[in-house]
Design a protein around this ligand. Structure first.
Ligand code: GLN
Length: 305
């Protein structure tokens, strides 16, 4: 198994030249473009890894799964999905256009920036500090890693440059989709995006979602089976943004990407897989990460569609 994973990583790595690391958050521009790590965790708790398995990266949009899981657990589907839809959009992850064009001003789904920011604003935890603490606590339980933390330089870098997200959030405040203080809600969003992890952590999180909520490493029930099912469905339809359809055909596994280069993928009832390769395609998805997942899916017959 380890040999096969290493061969897949080695074969995919040269393709990093086809993309670019994200630089619109200046600190992300420091990422190592040719880093590539892979980790697998089964629902029985058997783990394997290959490549740059210890490479630390910020989970970025993968954190949207965590705040959504928290909101669904605390508030229920009806309340959450009255503020954000559940359907894919052909627009980029940070697009503003449809928020105003559509008659109902709800963001399309909770995995694009507008949707995630709206969901965070619903969390019943007072201010940014306690909201972030709750998200971080869930992240630690999903990964069975009690030391996960926010990377402060990435957080500050995004906070000082993120005018696009500010525009989305203020617009949603004007239409009453976003609750509370805009800057405070954004602060939680920037912090959760800056949570730093390695592929092994996210493979455990993927396995927890694959098993229906039981973390295979800690043995703890972290989420309900219903919440896991909703999250997996949204990953399959919206997790790779405007590349979700193509990814479903190429790889065929529910997955969620982040502009730090990470992708977490979930094979229901079987395993979680995580990859990180910071070189991205034009849609913000890891080029080598997708290549690794395609090859792994093919050789282990993982596709669910
Ligand atoms: N923090 C990033 C942003 O808001 C997350 C985007 C992503 O990972 N696709 O732009």
């Amino acid at each position: 198994m380890d040999e096969m994973l290493t061969a897949i990583v080695d074969a995919a790595r040269p393709r990093f030249t086809e993309g670019k690391v994200a630089t619109y958050i200046p600190e992300l521009g420091k990422a190592q473009a040719d880093a590539l790590g892979l980790a697998v965790m089964t629902v029985e708790g058997e783990g394997h890894s290959a490549g740059d398995r210890d490479y630390p990266f910020s989970i970025q949009s993968i954190s949207k799964l965590i705040s959504l899981a928290l909101a669904l657990t605390e508030l229920g589907e009806e309340r959450v999905f009255s503020h954000v839809g559940v359907d894919p959009t052909p627009d980029p992850f940070n697009s503003i256009m449809r928020l105003e064009m559509d008659r109902v001003h709800r963001p399309y789904n909770p995995l694009v920036n507008a949707g995630a920011i709206a969901v965070i604003s619903l969390l019943p935890y007072g201010e940014s500090e306690s909201r972030t603490a709750a998200v971080l606590d869930l992240a630690r339980r999903l990964t069975a890693n009690g030391t996960l933390a926010v990377n402060e330089s990435i957080y500050r870098s995004e906070k000082t440059t993120s005018d696009r997200n500010r525009a989305l959030a203020y617009f949603m405040k004007s239409t009453a989709i976003l609750k509370g203080d805009v800057e405070d809600v954004l602060d939680s969003y920037f912090r959760q995006c800056s949570i730093e992890a390695a592929v092994g952590d996210l493979a455990v999180m993927g396995a927890t979602l694959a098993s229906g909520g039981i973390n295979p490493v800690s043995g703890e029930r972290v989420l309900s089976t219903r919440v896991c099912r909703v999250i997996r469905a949204l990953m399959a339809t919206c997790g790779m943004y405007d590349g979700s359809g193509e990814f479903a055909i190429r790889v065929g596994i529910p997955a969620k990407s982040g502009v730090g280069g990470g992708i977490v993928a979930v094979v229901p009832r079987r395993m979680g897989i995580a990859v990180c390769g910071p070189s991205l395609d034009g849609k913000g998805n890891s080029i080598c990460g997708m290549e690794v997942l395609e090859e792994l899916s093919r050789s282990m017959r993982l596709r669910v569609f």
